[in-house]
Design a protein around this ligand. Structure first.
Ligand SMILES: [Zn+2]
Ligand SMILES: [Zn+2]
Length: 281
């Protein structure tokens, strides 16, 4: 191991919609947001409702806050927390938002769109912090300075989505969510996850749900994957730890614990993501 501390903290692990309530207290009900700290640098993966609590935490720190925010795509569950991210309202703070344009709109316009009147009372450019945008396109290699590199790959997801890999000092964390496998693991994502220490993966469904069972409709084409496919992907990529992520809204704590137990029988170095969980590389 070399270089700076590399810390991954989960603030939102649920897909599609926040689902607070007695059935989700252990794993959490907030939509995607993962914080990656590398030394004194701040990186944020997605701005789902979990970014609200991250923002409150960051507001307790002294001095200005700056960070890079990587957005997989602008489906609501991945951006709905941004208008409530308190540090973005503080003059002197600086953020760079990375993401992909879609449907003839730039990424910046897509992010501004959810804060246009009458959807929200404050426009993005009125928030206060200095906010820059950076378009990604898939297979990017972004030098973030301080020996930190971000890489991207395109996902198989309705309207598109981007996976990210952050690496520093021989350690790496991959964030592969809102993506559907093929009859085989997606070769682009296998390549992105090659040798990674941690792979956070879209395990919205089980194989049984995805394929359709007991008369339920199959979920093929919905743009999500399964824990079983996550195991295939980390094995194909020679990656180490698998973190199941983007938990389905209908899944309660007991069902998630059962999925985690089943997955660990097949691939022991596997966890189901929980809000508040911290992984140190
Ligand atoms: Zn999603
Ligand atoms: Zn999506």
């Amino acid at each position: 191991m070399s270089g700076k501390q590399f810390i991954i903290t989960f603030w939102g692990v649920r897909g599609s919609l926040p689902v607070p309530g007695p059935g989700t207290v252990k794993f959490g009900g907030n939509t995607p947001c993962v914080q990656v700290e590398i030394g004194d640098r701040l990186f944020i993966l997605d701005a789902g409702s979990g970014i609200y609590n991250l923002g409150q935490y960051l507001m307790q720190k002294d001095g200005p806050v700056s960070g890079d925010i990587f957005i997989t795509h602008t489906h609501w569950d991945h951006i709905q927390g941004f208008p409530f991210f308190a540090p973005a309202f503080v003059p002197g703070n600086r953020f760079v938002l990375y993401g992909q344009g879609q449907m003839n709109s730039t990424f910046a316009d897509l992010m501004r769109g959810q804060m246009m009147h009458p959807h929200f009372p404050v426009m993005l450019h009125e928030m206060g912090a200095h906010i820059d945008f950076c378009e990604v396109s898939g297979r990017d290699e972004i030098d973030l300075g301080d020996g930190i590199i971000a890489r991207t790959a395109l996902n198989n997801h309705p309207s598109g989505s981007t996976s990210y890999r952050l690496e520093h000092g021989g350690r790496s964390c991959c964030y592969l969510t809102d993506t559907e496998h093929y009859d085989y693991p997606d070769p682009e994502l296998v390549e992105l996850a090659r040798g990674a220490d941690v792979v956070i993966y879209d395990a919205n469904f089980t194989d049984e749900e995805y394929l359709g069972y007991e008369g339920l409709p199959a979920k093929k084409g919905w743009g999500h994957s399964t824990w079983q496919e996550g195991i295939k992907l980390v094995r194909a990529a020679g990656a180490r730890q698998l973190v199941l992520f983007h938990h389905a809204i209908f899944r309660n704590d007991e069902e998630l614990e059962e999925i985690e137990r089943r997955a660990r029988q097949v691939y022991p170095d596997c966890l189901a993501a929980r809000e508040g969980m911290v992984i140190v590389l």
